[in-house]
Design a protein around this ligand. Structure first.
Ligand SMILES: N[C@@H](CCC(=O)N[C@@H](CS)C(=O)NCC(=O)O)C(=O)O
Length: 221
């Protein structure tokens, strides 16, 4: 029995898409377990017993728990090697893994500083400064990602079918960018990439299940 604890639009979208791809390609089932972060369902004793950090994603497989996106992705990649969610060989694999780790330990925490500044200080003035500083930094990261995105196919998986972890993470980071005030037209190649990736059947199914919109930017009134 395979369960993914996820929150709509959160980074858990990455393993959610991978599990959906595995399901669509191999028939292996999983149960999506909705955790409402805005209702603090990540702070219940039951959830904290799964992940003491109180964060999604959590993968539970036959009672065994795995936390941390990179570890979950590595596990899912090994469980369905034919899909090459990460390229299976050589330098391509190392580079894709490098990008995955960079996103997880650098780009993602930059957004966390913008979105949840109270995690880093309880001083309201310092929180405002953290938000502003990290919004600028986040835009630079998305520009860097845009420069790496392919005009066709999957990010870091040249010639391979379907989407991989990097594609799903890139889409997630794009959605978050709208909340930081990044207008879609200011990153046109990134926007085209997201619209293309959204057509993938696994991505489309997860977007629908999580009931999220891809483009979150709202122009200032
Ligand atoms: N390093 C963790 C980061 C996970 C993370 O930041 N999860 C966020 C959602 S994107 C979360 O659950 N936030 C709720 C909280 O921290 O209170 C991982 O790779 O799994």
């Amino acid at each position: 029995m395979l369960e993914l604890f996820f929150a709509p639009g959160a980074c858990s979208f990455v393993p959610h898409v991978a599990l959906e791809r595995i399901h669509q390609s191999t028939g292996v089932d999983f149960t999506p377990m909705l955790i409402k972060l805005h209702r603090s369902e990540n702070h219940t004793p039951e959830f904290l017993a799964l992940n003491p950090e109180g964060q999604v994603p959590v993968l539970r497989e036959s009672g065994d728990v795995i936390t941390q996106i990179v570890a979950i992705c590595e596990h899912l990649d090994r469980s369905a090697p034919s899909l090459q969610l990460l390229p299976s060989q050589g330098l391509a694999r190392s580079r894709a893994l490098s990008s995955l780790v960079w996103i997880n330990n650098t780009v993602h925490p930059t957004f966390t500083h913008f979105f949840m500044p109270a995690k880093f200080t309880d001083d309201p003035a310092a929180q405002a400064a953290i938000r502003q500083f990290n919004a600028v930094k986040y835009r630079k990261h998305l520009e860097s990602i845009q420069a790496q995105l392919p005009a066709s196919g999957s990010w870091g998986r040249p010639g391979l079918e379907g989407v991989g972890f990097l594609d799903a993470y890139a889409l997630t980071l794009w959605r978050w960018g709208g909340f930081t005030g990044i207008a879609p037209e200011s990153l046109p190649a990134y926007r085209l990439f997201v619209d293309r990736i959204a057509l993938d059947p696994a991505v489309a199914a997860v977007v629908e299940r999580e009931r999220i919109t891809l483009h979150t930017y709202k122009a200032p009134a």
